[in-house]
Design a protein around this ligand. Structure first.
Ligand code: MG
Length: 384
C-alpha cells in the first residue's frame, strides 16, 4: 500500500483568543491511500496557516510542505532536518518551529496508522506502563483578588485533585505587583497545608522577578515545605540569573517553556543550570525534537516535562511521549476534569479517565486521537 504523503493542511481553529488552549492550528497530513495523521501547532491560527502557504524563494526559504510531500511519514528525523534547513531564512525560531512542531506530531499519528503501531513504539517504546501527570490548577478568580480569596478559590480544586488521588499538582502565584514576597511565602505555606504532603506540589511564579536575589530569598523561606519545582521565576531570557538562582537554592528550578529546539534546551541545561526542562510539544519542534531534548536531559541528570496547554490532540501526543521518556517522574497534563476550556472539552472524544492519579495509553495505531467531527465542523466550517 502506498505510504507517501500527498497533502499537508493547516486548519485554523479560533474559539476565543483569550487563552492558549482556546485556539489552535490542526495539521492534517494525508497519504496516497487517504489515511491521515493529526497534529497541532501553537501560534496565531491565521498566521500559522499563512506561514504554511509561503511561496518558495530559494533553498533556505522553501515552503515546508515541499519537504513533506512524497515522503513516508516514518522518516521523522530526515523530514525534520530537511524542514529546518528549508526554513533557515525565516524559521529557526518562532513560527517556523511552531509549524514544524505541528507537522511532526501529525507524522507520528500517520506513520502509526500505516504501520499499525501505537505512536509510543515509534518514539522508542514504552519505558513505563502509565502516564503520571501533574495537573496545573488555575482558580477562576482575578489576579488582583486578595490572596485570602485566591486561597479559598483554590481549596475546592485542590480537594478535587486529592479525591482523584493525583500524585502532583501545580499552583500559580498570580501576577500582582502589590503582593509582597513575604505575603507570597505565607500564601504558598497555606496552600501547602491544604495540599498536604502526600501530593507533590509545584509552583509557577509566572515571571514574578527580575531580581534573582529576591527569588532566592523567597524560595529559601519555602525550603521546609518541599516544593517539587519552582517555575518561571525570572525573565525567560535571563539564563545567567537562572544559573545564580539554581546554584543557591535546594528546590529544583524549572524553565524553558518558550524555548525552541535542542540548541536552546542545551543552553538552559548548561548555562542556566535548570533541572526541569519544559520545551513545549507545539512550539519546540515537536516530538522528534523532544526526543533529542530528552537525550540531552539524560546527560545532565535533568527531567523533561514539556509545557502542555492546548487541546486533546496534544494530550494524546503527551500520553505517548510520556511513557517513552524515562527521565521524567511527571508530565504536565491538561485534562477536562481540571480545565473546562471549550476545545479541551469538545474537540476530541474519549479522553482517558484519571485512575488513582494515573492515565493509561491507548494501543490503537498512531496517537489514537478521536476528533469530534460535529464540533470540528462547527468551529472550522469544513469536514475533517
Ligand atoms: Mg508555565
Amino acid at each position: 500500500m502506498g505510504k507517501k504523503i500527498v497533502s499537508v493542511e493547516f486548519i485554523p481553529v479560533n474559539v476565543a483568543a483569550t487563552n492558549w488552549s482556546e485556539n489552535t492550528v490542526i495539521v492534517k497530513v494525508t497519504d496516497e491511500e487517504g489515511r491521515y495523521g493529526i497534529g497541532e501547532a501553537d501560534g496565531p491560527p491565521e498566521c500559522m496557516k499563512a506561514f504554511s502557504e509561503i511561496e518558495t524563494e530559494h533553498k533556505w526559504l522553501t515552503n515546508l510542505t515541499e519537504k513533506v510531500i512524497s515522503r513516508e511519514p516514518i522518516e521523522f528525523r530526515a523530514i525534520w532536518d530537511d524542514m529546518y534547513d528549508a526554513s533557515r531564512w525565516i524559521g529557526m525560531r518562532g513560527l517556523g518551529l511552531f509549524s514544524i512542531s505541528g507537522i511532526d506530531m501529525a507524522l507520528y499519528d500517520l506513520a502509526g496508522k500505516q504501520h499499525n503501531l501505537p505512536a509510543y513504539k515509534l518514539m522508542g517504546g514504552a519505558q513505563k506502563e502509565k502516564v503520571t501527570p501533574y495537573f496545573t490548577l488555575y482558580p477562576s478568580i482575578s489576579a488582583d483578588a486578595p490572596l485570602r480569596e485566591i486561597i479559598e478559590a483554590y481549596r475546592p480544586l485542590i480537594e478535587k485533585a486529592k479525591e482523584r488521588k493525583v500524585n502532583a499538582l501545580k499552583v500559580v502565584v498570580m501576577p500582582n505587583d502589590k503582593v509582597t514576597d513575604k505575603e507570597v511565602v505565607e500564601y504558598l505555606r497555606e496552600l501547602r497545608g491544604i495540599v498536604g504532603y502526600e501530593t507533590d506540589m509545584m509552583v509557577d511564579f509566572l515571571y514574578r522577578w527580575t531580581d534573582w536575589q529576591a527569588a532566592r530569598w523567597t524560595l529559601r523561606q519555602l525550603e521546609d515545605i518541599d516544593l517539587y519545582f519552582a517555575e518561571a521565576c525570572l525573565q525567560h531570557d535571563d539564563l545567567e540569573g537562572h544559573r545564580r538562582l539554581a546554584d543557591s537554592i535546594n528546590t529544583r528550578l524549572c524553565g524553558a517553556e518558550m524555548s525552541t529546539t535542542r540548541f536552546e534546551a542545551l543552553e538552559w541545561l548548561k548555562q542556566a543550570g535548570i533541572s526541569v526542562v519544559q520545551s513545549d510539544y507545539n512550539r519546540c519542534g515537536g516530538i522528534t525534537e523532544l526526543i533529542r531534548i530528552g537525550e540531552l536531559c539524560d546527560l545532565y541528570g535533568a527531567q523533561l516535562m514539556p509545557h502542555n496547554w492546548k487541546t486533546g490532540i496534544t494530550s494524546a501526543a503527551c500520553r505517548h511521549f510520556a511513557i517513552s521518556n524515562r527521565n521524567s517522574k511527571y508530565v504536565e497534563y491538561l485534562h477536562p476534569d481540571f480545565w473546562k476550556g471549550t476545545l479541551i472539552t469538545n474537540l476530541t472524544e474519549n479522553e482517558p479517565q484519571i485512575v488513582d492519579g494515573q492515565i493509561a495509553v491507548s494501543n490503537k495505531p498512531g496517537l489514537g486521537i478521536e476528533i469530534n467531527k460535529e464540533f470540528f465542523k462547527k468551529v472550522t466550517g469544513r469536514d475533517l
